[in-house]
Design a binder for this molecule. Structure first.
Ligand code: SF4
Length: 346
């Protein structure tokens, strides 16, 4: 039977991941939940160092719930999608209030930041609930196993229905993780290793010669571009002017270099400098490009130095920016300004 073949393969080839319990060990729901939140839209290799740092700082859900918001946002900075970090804290605090993680997908879905996928993943992996969490890997494996010709995302309901037919009584946790691993290491996007696949004899795409054409996907809509301007202002003591973004909205609560709201058309230098936090001899330090969730961002960076800063915001030493809750795009802007400043003064 398909599930049995898959589990036999998993027992021999499972990936060792820092958040994954060893065979025979009960999974820790905190680690499962934390890793699933971190892995949303981010690859395993990028998550591993964040996960290590996070669990060293906050080894339990209680420790995370009690941590100051700023410390959590700073530890998260660079992982992107900051609404997740805010929800992570809110969820940790709700879990502590409840006395622990709930065990069913329906209860888990009532917690902040937990949607259908994460609820199913935590319920299946941590508590052995008989559900299949459907991520990109599972979508691909199931689309190929059943030769689903309907393109994604329209095929999602069909994939969910067919996934539900995969069961492994008593081993639901391993079945979910086995599907993840098969998708990540064997049934890969462009060159699936069908020759070593434990499901080859069950696979309709393999039988029909469709392994590399499935899953089909609807053509992607192109992302719009938005334009920003941010200012890197330092004082004689080597401090940089920063400010905090409003708590809600994009990158909410994160730290940024001052600048006006992003907009749909580029900024001329004259328009940009009207927005500067303080009058100074501003120099154009260049452009930074960055992909944000639903759009492409192009930012002009201006840099200046003044003996004293009197603008609204707060000051931090420029060599300590790594400890601030600066999102990746703002780190890029600061680096761009620093590069230019080093060149200009060397
Ligand atoms: Fe994927 Fe190939 Fe295995 Fe089918 S046989 S599940 S296409 S690796």
């Amino acid at each position: 039977m398909l599930s049995a073949r898959l589990l036999e393969w998993y027992d021999r080839h499972r990936r060792r991941l820092p958040w994954r319990a060893e065979p025979g060990v009960t999974p820790d729901p905190y680690l499962v939940w934390l890793s699933e939140i971190m892995l949303q839209q981010t690859v395993v290799a990028a998550v591993i160092p964040y996960f290590a740092r996070f669990t060293a700082l906050f080894p339990t859900v209680q420790a995370l719930a009690e941590a100051p918001d700023d410390q959590v946002m700073a530890a998260w900075a660079g992982l992107g999608y900051y609404a997740r970090a805010r929800n992570l804290l809110a969820c940790a605090r709700a879990v502590v209030k409840l006395g622990g993680f709930p065990k069913t997908p329906a209860e888990l879905r009532t917690l902040p930041g937990i949607g259908t996928y994460t609820a199913n993943a935590v319920a299946a992996i941590a508590f052995g609930a008989p559900v299949i969490p459907i991520d990109g890997n599972v979508e691909r494996v199931v689309s190929r196993l059943f030769a689903i010709e309907t393109p994604l995302p329209r095929s999602k309901p069909q994939i969910a229905g067919l996934s539900a037919t995969l069961t492994a009584p008593g081993r639901a946790s391993d079945l979910a993780q086995a599907l993840f691993d098969l998708g990540a290491t064997v049934c890969t996007p462009t060159s699936p290793a069908c020759v070593v696949c434990p499901l080859r004899q069950d696979c309709a795409a393999f039988a029909g010669g469709l392994t590399t054409t499935l899953p089909r996907k609807e053509p992607k809509k192109s992302r719009p571009t938005r334009y920003g301007v941010h200012f890197y202002l330092t004082d004689a003591e080597g401090q940089v002017l920063l400010r905090q973004r409003p708590p809600s909205g994009l990158l909410g609560g994160m730290t940024e270099l001052p600048g006006p709201a992003w907009r749909a058309r580029p900024w001329s230098e004259a328009e940009a400098l009207v927005e500067a936090p303080q009058r100074a001899d501003w120099r154009n330090a260049g452009q930074v490009e960055h992909a944000i969730t639903h759009f492409h961002l192009v930012i002009d960076v201006y840099a200046a130095e003044l003996p004293r800063i009197q603008a609204e915001g707060f000051l931090r030493p420029k060599d300590r920016l790594a400890h601030e809750a600066l999102p990746s795009v703002m780190r890029k802007c600061a680096e761009k300004a620093q590069e230019k400043y080093v060149k200009a003064t060397s």
